[in-house]
Design a protein around this ligand. Structure first.
Ligand SMILES: Nc1ncnc2c1ncn2[C@@H]1O[C@H](COP(=O)(O)OP(=O)(O)OP(=O)(O)O)[C@@H](O)[C@H]1O
Ligand SMILES: [Mg+2]
Length: 479
């Protein structure tokens, strides 16, 4: 019995007991409960300060700090270790990304200080001990900035935002987003290479011109008008432009915008480094199929409200034709660059044949060239579809293009009609695509014939100008 009073034995027993207690705590997960209780106990002896980082500022603009903190927090291992979190699949196979859940609390350590983040609805709340605040807060925020900038740079997954109809007074978060993965690039678009290079250098000089714009007291934005018939590559060009700039795309559907102030709000809630797109603007203006007034659109184009942030934005408007559009919409400054998207000519055809069929030359090319010279044309979309359908046999593909040009495309290039699918009815590809048929719906062909009757078979030999690049004075500013 004397052994029980031996201090070494008692010490040994205590160690064994503590070791077993620790094993039980860890194995059963009780350790987390103990830690939590301990934290609550510790909290009683500290005064905390809370800092709220709201998603939107008082004028409903996005708070950039919110985005940065969000990106930063999602990169912390403590997101995974917290009690509950969201899991999403990543880009790579088997990749799983933990993402903050509303009301989730995340712990972080910085310069020896414990920091808590609470993810509330539209706010991130930072909780820090008052004693640590002065020493830690500023360097911590700088740390968040640099880490999130690095992360943004590294995995810049582009996003496509679309506006949805707002409900009642809840105008927040009117944008819905999906990953933007459109594969179009300037290389895949059939367009005069000179024009392509001009567009690229215009964009590059715009990117470098922040100081220049600011010195002039101008909003740092650039507006493009893309106009031309349906299926000539306007939307593909927008995707190429976004990929070139690595910008997110905000695609505004004017039919879902309730009034002028709603449109303003959408612009305010878009983020910097983005392409803001309004497709078919001419249609909305002529049909008055939007609740937004002309002046609402003009103010939007001026981007008045974004001037306070000085953020870089590229605006793109598409139209089928600009002849009937109010000149105020097109004035320099509102639209900086006009780019015409014509129907296919022989040069564009060769680019398409190269990319769709891998053909640099072919014995049928001279025949195709002659048809184009006679003024026939189709849109690149129509020619592209024929090539895709016959991609296993280049000869058959070319024959079907020739056939389509001779029937449906007769005179379209010269007369430059068929401006809009809605004008002539959508030009559906019909019939069999194989065996050189590639027959197009007769609707379009009839429209062409009627047009020819009216205008006395006017044939202007390839008088159609290809994509024009009217830089309205402004371009010099960008450089
Ligand atoms: N210039 C082009 N170069 C390469 N592909 C093109 C070109 N134009 C059109 N295409 C192809 O045709 C299809 C339709 O093009 P797109 O949607 O860009 O035309 P659009 O001008 O926006 O037409 P719409 O006015 O009807 O919206 C796309 O799949 C695209 O790949
Ligand atoms: Mg389009």
């Amino acid at each position: 019995m004397t052994i029980l009073y031996n201090p070494f034995f008692l010490l040994f027993i205590t160690f064994v007991f503590l070791f077993l207690f620790r094993v039980v705590l860890i194995k059963t997960g009780l350790i987390f409960t103990v830690k939590k209780k301990w934290r609550l106990f510790e909290d009683c002896f500290h005064v905390y300060q809370l800092f709220k980082v709201p998603k939107f500022n008082e004028s409903m603009q996005r708070n950039q700090l919110y985005h940065k903190v969000f990106v930063y927090l999602n990169s912390l291992t403590s997101v995974e270790d917290s009690d509950f979190t969201n899991l999403f699949t990543g880009k790579k196979p088997n990749e799983i990304l933990p993402r903050l859940d509303p009301n989730q609390i995340i712990e972080d350590d910085f310069l020896g200080a414990k920091i808590l983040w609470i993810n509330e609805d539209n706010n991130l709340v930072l909780k820090i001990r008052k004693a640590d605040k002065r020493r830690v807060l500023r360097p911590y925020v700088q740390h968040i900035h640099s880490i999130s900038d690095d992360l943004d740079e590294k995995k810049r997954d582009l996003k496509l935002y679309m506006n949805v109809v707002g409900h009642g007074d809840d105008q927040k978060g009117r944008w819905r987003c999906v990953p933007f993965t459109h594969p179009s690039t300037f290389e895949t678009i059939a367009m005069e290479s000179d024009l392509k290079n001009k567009v690229k250098s215009d964009l590059e000089s715009f990117l470098k011109a922040k100081q220049y714009y600011h010195r002039l007291g101008r909003v740092w934005k650039r507006s493009y008008l893309l106009y031309g018939p349906s299926g000539t590559g306007k939307s593909s060009f927008i995707a190429a432009l976004a990929n070139f700039l690595s910008y997110d795309v905000y695609d505004i559907d004017l039919s879902k915008v309730s009034d002028d102030s709603d449109l303003k709000l959408l612009l305010l809630q878009s983020s910097a480094k983005s392409v803001i797109v309004i497709e078919d603007l001419d249609r909305y203006l002529s049909e008055k199929s939007t609740a937004v007034s002309l002046s609402g659109i003009l103010n939007f184009m001026d981007g008045m409200l974004t001037s306070s942030c000085g953020e870089e934005r590229v605006m793109v408007f598409t139209m089928n034709g600009k002849d009937h559009v109010d000149q105020a919409v097109l004035r320099p400054g509102r639209i900086d660059v006009h780019i015409h998207f014509p129907l296919c000519d022989f040069t564009a055809f060769k680019t398409l044949a190269n990319s769709y069929l891998g053909l640099k030359d072919h014995k049928l090319f001279p025949q195709v060239e002659e048809i184009f010279q006679n003024g026939s044309s189709l849109s690149p979309a129509e020619i592209g579809e024929l090539m895709i359908a016959n991609r296993n046999s280049p000869s058959r593909a070319l024959k079907s293009v020739i056939h389509a040009l001779q029937t449906d495309g007769d005179g379209r290039g010269a007369l430059n009609i068929g401006r809009r699918s809605t004008e002539n009815g959508p030009r559906k590809l019909s019939g069999e695509m194989g065996e050189g048929s590639g027959v197009f719906g007769k609707e379009g062909a009839n429209a062409v014939k009627e047009f020819k009757k009216l205008y006395g078979l006017l044939r202007v030999k390839s008088s159609r100008k290809s994509q024009s690049f009217d830089l309205n004075g402004d371009q010099k500013e960008g450089g």
